[in-house]
Design a protein around this ligand. Structure first.
Ligand SMILES: Nc1ncnc2c1ncn2[C@@H]1O[C@H](COP(=O)(O)OP(=O)(O)OP(=O)(O)O)[C@@H](O)[C@H]1O
Ligand SMILES: [Mg+2]
Length: 355
């Protein structure tokens, strides 16, 4: 049952021990009489030096996967090894040690302690681990906060920081004890594009200066996916696709410059119903600058088509109300959005382009 998509191609590197290895991992949540199978046989190997991205629709099991990988959740079946050590049977102390020493977590919700300053937050994991003297801790805190561009915010409390600064602070916390693996859950989801860029720069720098460490990021951010070794697409608790990105880095994930024909030939037709197939086979996709992401999974890897016939195109109160079909290559969903155009001339020009 377990699918193989998550295994890397470095299978000849037998002597290399993966930093993280999940084999046939299942996770079922039970609430009263309802069971949700959040993970259905996940296989994944992350080797030193790898940056792996996971993406998938909401509810597909991304956070559950990260939680199982770091011991926060126990899987119902399967094995989870960190640096060769099985962690599914560890008692509390073992999990705590794992989280203190081997895995740094960047939570989507930041998980900062409001009463501590930025420096205090980063120092806390070091105090808990107890490996460093006070002087060494302070030096490391300053180094880390400088690396994430917060050296001017050492004594600020989280409430006084912007969203991007909080996110960078939570990254510095994850790095505090120099873990072998950093896992990050949507690290750029709640920040503006400038902050997202600086967060990406921090991860890039981490990979460049720590060739024996690894990074696993849940994200829909195309910029982060571009710097990854590969992206795994998860759906209903299973990996359904592996996208190598270093080999074909570039336009593939760049919605501004993609070649539509490439996309059309690359679509998994087998997964689509007849109606969807008909829609994507019409090659006259208009370019709607306003519609950039899949409403279902937020991927930018989408095909778009304006529905110009009645009843999908109407003029109401001098506004054009029009429906656009969006086919998402990542989650294979067909969605519809309604575009309200206040500027009639602009829309007319756009429509002339694809009529
Ligand atoms: N503690 C829980 N109890 C019951 N069901 C849960 C629990 N945690 C997650 N689930 C369910 O498991 C499935 C996977 O949830 P998960 O949080 O892993 O999804 P996700 O891919 O991270 O989604 P999102 O993109 O919205 O964060 C969902 O159907 C969710 O409702
Ligand atoms: Mg989640």
């Amino acid at each position: 049952m377990a699918n193989e998509i998550g295994s890397t191609s470095i299978l000849d590197a037998d002597e290399k021990i993966p930093i993280a290895q999940l084999s046939g991992v299942y996770k079922i949540f039970k609430q009263k009489k309802i069971e949700v199978m959040a993970l259905r046989g996940i296989d994944l190997k992350i080797y030193p030096g790898e940056l792996v991205v996971i993406m998938g629709p909401s509810g597909s099991g991304k956070t559950t996967l990260l939680n199982c990988l770091c011991g926060i959740e126990r899987p119902n079946a399967g094995s989870v090894k960190i640096k060769g050590m099985e962690i599914t049977k560890l008692r509390d102390e073992g999990i705590q040690k794992l989280l203190q020493e081997e895995i740094g977590i960047v939570f989507q919700s930041f998980n900062l302690i409001p009463s501590l300053t930025a420096a205090g937050n980063v120092e806390l994991p070091m105090i808990v681990l107890g490996h460093l003297s006070k002087k060494d801790r302070r030096t490391r805190v300053e180094d880390l906060l400088t690396k994430v561009g917060l050296d001017h915010r050492l004594h600020h409390r989280p409430a006084t920081l912007s969203g991007g600064e909080k996110q960078r602070l939570s990254i510095a916390m994850a790095f505090a004890n120099d873990p072998a693996l950093i896992i990050a859950d949507e690290p750029t989801a709640n920040v503006d594009s400038v902050s997202a860029e600086s967060i990406m720069a921090v991860f890039k720098e981490f990979m460049a200066s720590n060739p024996n460490k690894a990074l696993l990021i849940v994200t829909h951010d195309p910029a982060l996916r571009k710097i990854a070794d590969y992206t795994l697409v998860i759906r209903d608790g299973q990996f359904v696709r592996k996208i190598e990105s270093k080999a074909d880095k570039g336009s593939r994930f760049d919605s501004e410059s993609y070649n539509e024909d490439d996309f059309i030939t690359d679509i998994d037709m087998a997964r689509m119903d007849e109606k969807t197939t008909r829609i994507i086979q019409q090659k006259n996709y208009p370019y709607f600058k306003d519609v950039k992401i899949c409403p279902n999974c937020h991927s930018m890897n989408i095909l778009k088509k304006m529905d110009v016939s009645e009843p999908f195109c109407q003029i109401i109160d001098a506004k054009i109300i029009q429906r656009a079909s969006i086919f998402c290559k990542e989650c294979n969903e067909l969605s519809f959005v309604t575009i309200t155009a206040h500027d009639l001339n602009k829309v007319k020009i756009e429509r002339m382009g694809f009529d």
